[in-house]
Design a protein around this ligand. Structure first.
Ligand code: ZN
Length: 154
């Protein structure tokens, strides 16, 4: 793995941004990656409704490998203060990055959207670790969909 990218991942692993469970929140989910033993409990706090709702907070508590923990920290930085529309676009871009190693189309990952998350490009080469990197993102998407289904908008 590229050493600069490895450095970014290790830095987020050692100094996770936004970690800890906070209130208020509209939805809480718990996701597990059984193949590695990673776990995350994640809460979302949205302001507003629908696609234009703003991610006011993403709080989480997790355990597991460095990839899964660093991924949650990077995700927090990328999603905080963004709208659901922007957040889902970033989610899609990260998913595409993780699938890029097996993607024959040769689509280039969008570095402007992904920022530090681009550091996970090396992970895409290791199918077993892709689930580690995606765990927090899947949890976030699940939590947002639950928050919006339940009409939480405080
Ligand atoms: Zn893992």
């Amino acid at each position: 793995m590229d050493s600069l990218y490895q450095e970014i991942i290790l830095d987020h692993y050692r100094n996770p941004v936004g970690r800890g469970l906070r209130e208020p929140f509209e939805a809480e989910v718990h996701h597990v990656n059984p193949t590695c033993g990673d776990e995350i409990t994640l809460r979302v706090h949205l302001e507003g409704t629908g696609e234009s709702a703003v991610v006011a907070d993403v709080s989480y508590d997790n355990q597991g490998c460095s990839i899964s923990q660093a991924s949650a920290s990077v995700m927090y930085e990328l999603l905080l203060g963004r709208t659901i529309t922007q957040g889902m676009a970033t989610h899609e871009a990260f998913l595409a990055l993780m699938q890029s190693a097996t993607d024959e189309s040769g689509a280039e990952p969008d570095e402007d959207v992904l920022e530090d998350a681009i550091a996970f490009s090396g992970v895409a080469k290791y199918p077993a670790r892709v689930k580690c990197a995606l765990l927090s993102w899947m949890a976030w998407k699940d939590a947002v969909s639950q928050a919006q289904t339940h009409g939480g908008n405080t």
